[in-house]
Every structure is written in structure tokens, then in C-alpha cells.
Design a protein around this ligand. Structure first.
Ligand code: PGA
Length: 250
């Protein structure tokens, strides 16, 4: 049985004092949660968040890393740096990074390998644009992205990778994919992973849905056969909404 994973993506929001208050507020709520709860916070919140989340059920992740371990890359942060302060997860290939920072499939693949090399669990994002969906190319686009992202990874590494299916047209727009559409897209990702790494890996790998998940639609989405939880943007910034998403099955 795959467990449910609820990951927040704060993007470029939240100052350290707000981050600490948020984590302190969330701690009692998730104390007995069976679901894995992750908060992916801005770099400047990482250290404070890791301290605040010590001895709690909350895991802390970053939102990006560099594909090299060190070197002349002004302004960048590497996997060993994240690892050195105890970061356990990292988002890779979010559509905002692909779009605004020109991250290619090749860069996403290199970053994924670097995360695994330093034992940081990647949450790798794939998703189609509205145009691609309307042209009937969604499955082709996302299965291509997944194949390129995972290229060269071992079975064990794929099993330690969390995939997030995030249709670009649903991110921050209030438009959510229907539960059936999200589930069938995720099924096609699972099938692709099955073809590449075997049915056992496909059955076990955690695949999330992301794109305007809210307390009102979380239950329907997360109850689908292939959806193992969510990557939550906007609604992860409001404690009550995020709590209600985590406790969607209560
Ligand atoms: P959203 O963002 O929940 O605000 O749509 C999701 C994401 O970008 O990961």
C-alpha cells in the first residue's frame, strides 16, 4: 500500500518568523497523521524551519538545487549545502522553474541525479500546458518529461523519487483538473514507469497531483486509485486550509 504524501510548496512566500509560527501551529495537528507531511520552504526559511520541525512529524524540503556540487555559480545552492543542514526533500523541475528559469529536461535530470547522490528525496514535477492538453498531447508530453527526468537512475533511486503531476493550466489559477483526468494522467505516468523500470516499481512509486488543490477538492482527488496525495501551493500558505487538506480523510 502506498502512503499518502501531502507536500506544501511555499514558493517565494513567508518570512522566517511566519514560517516558525506556521510550523508550531501545524505540529499538534499532524502529530498522529498517517500521511507524510512535507513543507518546501524558501532557502532563507530552511534553517529556522528545520529547527521548528525537530521532533515533529513535519519534514522540510527546499524548492530547488544546483546540478553541481560546488563551484563558480554565483547565487546558487548545492545539494551538499542543503544536506549539511538536514534538508530531506527538494522540488525539482517545477513548471515555474522550467518556464521562468529555462530549466530543460536535461537540467532536471542532472538535478535529480545530484539530489539522489546526496540522499535528498526529490519531488520531480511534470505537466502539460493548456495548448498541449487541447491538442490531445498531454499524455505524450508528460510521459516524455518523466522518461527524460528519470534517465540513468537506478530502480532504487526511482523508488525514492516522488513524482508530482502538475498540469500547468491548473497551477495558481483556481482551475483544478477533474479527479478522473488527474487520475488518468497519473496512471499514464505510472504505466510509463512500469515500462521503464518494471511493474513492481510502478506500483510503489508515489505520484502526487498538484494544481489548485483546496480543502474542498482534496478528498475527491486523493481518493482516486492512482493519486497518492498532493503538492499544494496557494493553500499551503494558510494554516487552516493546509490542515484541512492534510486531514482530508477525517
Ligand atoms: P497551486 O500551486 O496549489 O497554488 O495551484 C501548486 C504548485 O505550483 O505546486
Amino acid at each position: 500500500m502506498r502512503k499518502k504524501v501531502i507536500a506544501g510548496n511555499w514558493k517565494m512566500n513567508m518570512l522566517p518568523d511566519a514560517a516558525i509560527r506556521f510550523i508550531d501551529g501545524l505540529t499538534p495537528v499532524v502529530k498522529d497523521s498517517q500521511n507524510e507531511v512535507i513543507l518546501c520552504v524558501p532557502y532563507t526559511d530552511l534553517f529556522y524551519s528545520l529547527l521548528a520541525a525537530q521532533n515533529t512529524n513535519i519534514k522540510i524540503g527546499a524548492q530547488n538545487l544546483h546540478w553541481e556540487e560546488f563551484g563558480a555559480y554565483t547565487g546558487e545552492v548545492s545539494a551538499p549545502m542543503l544536506k549539511s543542514i538536514g534538508v530531506q526533500y527538494v522540488i525539482i523541475g517545477h513548471s515555474e522553474r522550467r518556464q521562468y528559469f529555462k530549466e530543460s529536461d536535461d537540467i532536471v535530470n542532472k538535478k535529480l541525479k545530484m539530489a539522489h547522490l546526496h540522499d535528498i528525496k526529490p519531488i520531480v514535477c511534470v505537466g502539460e500546458t493548456l495548448n498541449e492538453r487541447e491538442e490531445g498531447k498531454a499524455v505524450e508530453v508528460i510521459t516524455n518529461q518523466i522518461e527524460k527526468a528519470l534517465e540513468g537512475l537506478s530502480k532504487e533511486q526511482v523508488l525514492k523519487t516522488i513524482v508530482a503531476y502538475e498540469p500547468i493550466w491548473a497551477i495558481g489559477t483556481g482551475k483544478t483538473a477533474t479527479a478522473d483526468d488527474a487520475n488518468s494522467a497519473i496512471k499514464s505516468i505510472r504505466e510509463k514507469i512500469g515500462m521503464l523500470y518494471g511493474a513492481d516499481v510502478a506500483e510503489e512509486v508515489i505520484i502526487l497531483y498538484g494544481g489548485s488543490v483546496k480543502p474542498t477538492n482534496a478528498k475527491e482527488l486523493f481518493s482516486m486509485s492512482d493519486i497518492d496525495g498532493g503538492l499544494i501551493g496557494g493553500a499551503s500558505l494558510k494554516l487552516e486550509e493546509f490542515e484541512n487538506i492534510i486531514n482530508y480523510n477525517k
